[in-house]
Design a protein around this ligand. Structure first.
Ligand SMILES: Nc1ncnc2c1ncn2[C@@H]1O[C@H](COP(=O)(O)OP(=O)(O)O)[C@@H](O)[C@H]1O
Ligand code: SF4
Ligand SMILES: [Mg+2]
Length: 333
């Protein structure tokens, strides 16, 4: 048996639309290992949030998990009944959804919202015990105890996001899925909140999937990175390996854009959204790929390992007689 906390295999999620099914996540596979932070990176609309929701079995109609398997510590989640899933959520895997801080209940004090998560799973607690626990949780995310008595509207964005982190770690899950947890914050606050998230997950020995669209920020935070394009994972590797040898042409574009990443106002391309709805034949990236060749139109590229732990889905690394071996083609040797 694998020692991964999470194993996703062949996950496919579709949304029914008036023009037929849109495949938001197209057969992705990846693993998350104990204590590590895996970054899931890609432009807007590529399927990151859908993946996050699928892991927690929270995909809502008109969406559905069409295929694939999601195993958390060996337990299959995609077919679990809602009651069992409710038990596992927060306790074994917690989600900080995209825009979480705006979904805090505005008329309920912070401490009551955290208490609700705990009592929902562990039943009623003595007031003094709960107070102590909430104070400790707030402290872990860098907030003073008095924040517990405040309402969300009395907090800054960074403080609200810290409250969301405190809720997510309240039951010490083994895996945290954080969907763009800092993207609504300004740049300086973004970094300190992201650092808090890393500190607490490391301190508690939790694994994390950190979702983001900013590869430069992700590079500073994660151990490994999975690059997603139009519903497919196109490259996975350790951050150093991805930055030293970006191998998929899409990753190469992302990495080469890093020096100018401060000029962030550019609208994200809507190509990925188009490709989710009208998938081209062969490689999903071929309409934007500067290196596309005949085979790219005919055949979907399979994942290949370039060096241990660094995989890519691109025909440039197919190997074969007379062609460079994958690692050599990617410049690893
Ligand atoms: N409720 C929905 N109905 C139809 N399509 C959807 C719905 N939610 C998401 N999608 C489509 O699924 C794709 C992936 O969306 P999403 O997972 O939110 O991407 P990301 O988080 O990477 O921005 C997008 O093309 C989006 O248009
Ligand atoms: S398979 Fe072809 S089109 Fe796709 S990324 Fe590789 S070279 Fe480009
Ligand atoms: Mg999203």
């Amino acid at each position: 048996m694998s020692d991964a906390v999470l194993e996703v295999e062949g996950l496919k999620v579709e949304y029914q639309t008036s023009s037929g099914p849109a495949v938001a996540v197209n057969g992705i596979s990846f693993q998350v290992f104990p204590g590590e932070t895996l970054g899931l990176v890609g432009e807007s609309g590529c399927g990151k949030s859908t993946t996050a929701m699928a892991i927690l079995n929270l995909v809502q109609a008109p969406g559905r998990i069409a295929e694939g398997s999601i195993r958390l510590n060996g337990t299959e989640l995609s077919t679990l009944n809602p009651r069992s899933m409710r038990r596992i959520r927060w306790q074994e895997v917690a989600l900080i959804p995209q825009g979480a801080m705006d979904s805090l209940n505005p008329v309920v004090r912070v401490d009551s919202q955290i208490a609700e998560v705990i009592e929902d799973h562990e039943g009623r607690q003595r007031f003094a015990d709960m107070h102590e626990r909430i104070t400790e949780l707030l402290g872990m995310v860098g907030l003073p105890a008095r924040v517990g008595r405040l309402y969300p509207h009395e907090l800054s964005g960074g403080m609200k996001q810290r409250v969301c982190i405190a809720m997510a770690i309240a039951l010490r899950p083994k895996l945290l899925v954080a969907d763009e947890p800092t993207s609504a914050l300004d740049v300086v606050v973004q970094r300190v909140v992201a650092q808090t998230l890393l500190d607490v997950t490391q301190r508690l020995g939790m694994a994390m999937i950190l979702i983001g669209h900013d590869i430069a920020l992700q590079a500073q935070l994660v151990d490994r990175m999975a690059v997603m394009y139009a519903g497919s994972i196109v490259e996975v590797g350790r951050v150093e390996s991805i930055f030293d040898h970006p191998s998929h042409p899409y990753t190469q574009l992302l990495v080469s854009s890093v020096p100018s990443i401060t000029e962030r106002r550019r609208r994200p391309s809507d190509a990925t959204v188009r490709e989710v709805h009208h998938r081209p034949s062969g490689c999903v990236f071929r309409l934007r790929c500067p290196q596309a060749f005949d085979r790219c139109r005919a055949e979907v590229p399979a994942m290949r390992e370039l060096v241990p732990g660094h995989v890519v889905a691109c025909h440039l690394y197919a190997g074969g007689s007379g062609e460079p071996a994958p690692a050599e083609a990617a410049g690893h040797v």
